[in-house]
Design a protein around this ligand. Structure first.
Ligand SMILES: Cc1cc2nc3c(=O)[nH]c(=O)nc-3n(C[C@H](O)[C@H](O)[C@H](O)COP(=O)(O)OP(=O)(O)OC[C@H]3O[C@@H](n4cnc5c(N)ncnc54)[C@H](O)[C@@H]3O)c2cc1C
Length: 501
């Protein structure tokens, strides 16, 4: 093994929403920072999401296989590159709602309380929105939590066809509002991500080093197990050992759990930092379904998602439990999650025979219905040698079904007001296991070392110099999208680290 001759103040593993943001926050301290990223910089043409080829189904999947509980391999939706999954995300940057931080009764169980509350996150949400140039307008949404500052940029304009649908939705006594988006406003790649807002500014500081193509495979502790001493990585096929005073994992919820489980040693026979037994458990990934309106009027087929509807977030008169969040899907061709749902296109083709895919896309308006799934220790990540096993069964499904049917009713009423809409369709069944966009929860944070892996500052209870800043820390999911909360948390943990450094 080649031992790197430097000793770093901080080693960050992963450059996605958590790792990229933390690097940016710590860079101005002047401390010696090493960032290890298994992927590379994405070529510019790959980043141009408007050219996404929906036939190339697994373009953005990791070049490796994971396994389901029955041992069947699948290709996970993970983007190993500088910027991680934010290089391919929709850039919807929403705050969790105030009640998302509290214990909430759902139809299928309890969504547990967080040890840190909305008020603690609020300044970091504001900082995160400034950093990722969020365009939005915090009015009209009955669930919108308090903001100490306006969004840094105004919400972007609606596609004309969407504008008239929004009016028809509002007439039903509902509250469609602007979807907050992190945008660079550059034509070739308008979305803002953790390479643009995190890694690039961090690398302008001479004290920060990024090594790409560096896959971390194991963490080594001192004999007592109280501190990580070495970070072992494969770089260009060679084993390297990097030494750091503080080690921060940000590999994404599944890879971080797998890395800790693989780093077991005599002190931690069940995995590093795993005296609670909870590393890898309570995996959540959201219930997500697309609902499509078919129209005989065409739209541009390529436009931003812009609408959010949260009237059913906490339930409605017929269902007193949380149902979830609705957001417009934007131009279907630009929405790469469609690459996960090719059956939808065969359904669309049946409704509009003779249409090419481009015509289908310009004649349809998509809506994402998103419902929180609940933590369950049986939903877990395991490792067997080099294999990663994702053992997950969706829960809270009735709430999700109710949301889909409620939303379908809303769109049927829209059809009556607006000429030209012909059909509303949605696929049956939950999104496949490989759709892991919203993975979280595998190293939950909390006050009690017996019931959590990380402390409230996202430091491992068991290991004094080990932190986690990806989505692993979530004790519960929410129905809004996760990235802004991951970014805000990385900024929050960054402040704690700066105090310590
Ligand atoms: C198609 C798609 C659309 C999405 N749209 C939205 C959206 O609109 N809004 C939203 O809020 N969220 C969205 N998400 C989810 C969002 O992208 C994730 O929640 C977020 O990126 C997770 O951040 P993270 O830091 O936990 O991990 P990631 O962003 O996944 O970053 C993990 C990083 O760690 C690296 N890595 C992994 N293992 C290792 C290792 N062993 N050694 C070194 N490096 C390693 C990876 O290459 C990667 O760079 C979307 C996701 C997808 C896939």
């Amino acid at each position: 093994m080649i031992i790197d001759d430097q000793i770093y103040d901080v080693i960050i593993v992963g450059t996605g929403a958590g790792g990229g943001t933390l690097a940016q926050k710590l860079a101005p301290t002047g401390k010696k920072i090493l960032i290890l990223e298994r992927g590379d910089f994405m070529p510019l043409e790959e980043q141009n999401r408007s050219n996404v080829d929906i036939f190339k189904r697994e373009r953005y999947h990791a070049p490796e296989q994971w396994y389901d509980r029955a041992g069947e391999p699948f290709s996970p939706q993970m983007n190993y590159a500088v910027g991680g999954n934010t290089k391919i995300y929709g850039a919807v940057l929403q705050r969790f709602r105030e009640r998302d931080f509290e214990a909430v009764q759902h139809q299928n169980g309890i969504s547990p309380e967080w040890c840190v509350k909305y008020a603690d996150f609020e300044p970091y949400y504001t900082e995160a929105e400034a950093l990722y140039k969020v365009h939005g307008q915090a009015v009209n949404d009955p669930t919108e939590p308090p903001h100490s500052a306006d969004y840094p940029f105004p919400a972007i304009a609606q596609e004309p066809q969407i504008e008239s649908i929004v009016e028809a939705i509002a007439q039903q006594n509902l509250h469609p509002s602007a979807l907050p988006l992190g945008l660079t406003r550059q034509e070739d790649d308008p979305t803002n991500d953790s390479e643009v807002s995190g890694i690039a500014p961090a690398l302008t500081h001479p004290n920060v080093t990024l090594k790409t193509g560096a896959k971390v495979v194991q963490l080594h502790t001192n004999p007592s197990g109280r501190a990580v001493k070495g970070v072992e990585a494969e770089v260009g096929g060679q084993p390297f050992l990097f030494l750091g005073e503080i080690v921060v994992l940000a590999c994404g919820a599944i890879n971080t759990a797998a890395l800790l489980l693989r780093s077991k040693n005599d002190v931690y026979p069940n995995g590093l930092a795993n005296s609670s037994g909870l590393v890898g458990q309570n995996l959540m990934k959201s219930l997500i379904t697309v609902v499509v309106q078919l129209s005989n009027q065409s739209n541009s087929g390529s436009f931003q998602k812009t609408v959010s509807v949260n009237d059913f977030y906490w339930g409605d008169a017929d269902f007193p439990y949380p149902m979830g969040h609705i957001q417009s899907a934007g131009g279907l061709l630009t929405d790469i999650i469609f690459a996960e749902a090719p059956p939808m296109f065969s359904v669309l083709a049946r409704f509009l025979p003779g249409f090419g895919l481009k015509q289908l896309a310009t004649r349809s308006i998509g809506w994402w219905a998103q419902t929180e799934d609940l933590p369950n220790p049986k939903n877990q990540v395991r490792v067997e040698g080099s294999k990663i096993i994702v053992d997950y069964t969706a829960n809270n499904r009735e709430a999700h079904d109710r949301l889909i049917y409620r939303w379908t009713d809303v769109l049927k009423t829209v059809e009556k007001t607006l000429p030209g809409f012909q059909q509303i369709i949605h696929p049956k069944g939950e999104s496949p296991l490989q759709v892991l966009a919203n993975q979280c929860g595998t190293c939950r944070f909390g006050e009690d070392p017996a019931t959590s892996v990380l402390d409230p500052n996202c430091r491992a209870h068991d290991v004094e110099n080990l932190y986690v800043v990806d989505s692993s820390f979530f004790p519960s999911n929410a129905s809004t999208s996760p990235a802004l909360t991951i970014i805000a948390n990385a900024l929050r943990v960054g402040d704690r680290l700066i105090e310590q450094l």
